[in-house]
Design a protein around this ligand. Sequence first.
Ligand code: PEP
Length: 262
Amino acid sequence: MKQIFIANWKMNLNVEESLDLVKKIDSLLKKNKDTEKNDVVVCPSFLSLWAINNYFNQKKSKIKLGAQNIFWEEKGAFTGEISPKMLKEVNCQYAIIGHSERRENLWESDQMINQKVRTALKFGLTPVVCVGETFEERKRGQRDSVIGRQVGRALEGVKKNEFRKIIIAYEPVWVIGIGQAVEPEDAAYSHHLIRKVLFKSYSEKIVAKDLRVIYGGSVNPDNIDSFICQDGIDGVLVGSASLEADKLVKMVKSFSCPKRKK
Ligand code: PEP
């Protein structure tokens, strides 16, 4: 199974800035041939997707495109929303769903997240489902129950044959964007927990072999190795540190951990 590096640019970079960054990343990665070993995905704002897709097509880039969110309907009277079908038109292959910033600022519920996951699958987008506890929940000893609930609800009704396409991103909310990640062993524990939760509904073999569980939360060029060398961590979701071409390329180049078993 390939490891995956996903860059989440959030509400940063206008179209021109996103294109500039993409051009730098693409040419640096091509020099290193590192895009082929692993999946590299960038998730710019919706506005930049069209231009970046054109650029990737022109340059035959191996970098893939992802959206930061989707809506759960194909089309209709849903002012301000973007449908998965529209995202497919600009060659989006991934969609971040249930990011903690949306759960918190836009009151996205487990039910909305589940609807989005199912619609993404229906339209052939790979959902990158974000789960993770807040600092208060962790202090109250609720990490395991929060992760269990979020994972279980997000995947309700997902069939065994669809399950393989899903990526779960474990993102402890309290370390997002602060520059200080959790201990890698701590993240690895949550990754194992996520798999354990899913053993109940899907075959252990499928979960072990096909499900990618990745870590997000203050990953940077100095700490990335310590995460991807953990057994069971299949990649990373990176915010702030992915906004600079040199840092992003340095992180992608770190991506082969000789010690890694899975
Ligand atoms: C994120 O928002 O998904 C994220 C991981 O951000 P950062 O890397 O900045 O913590």
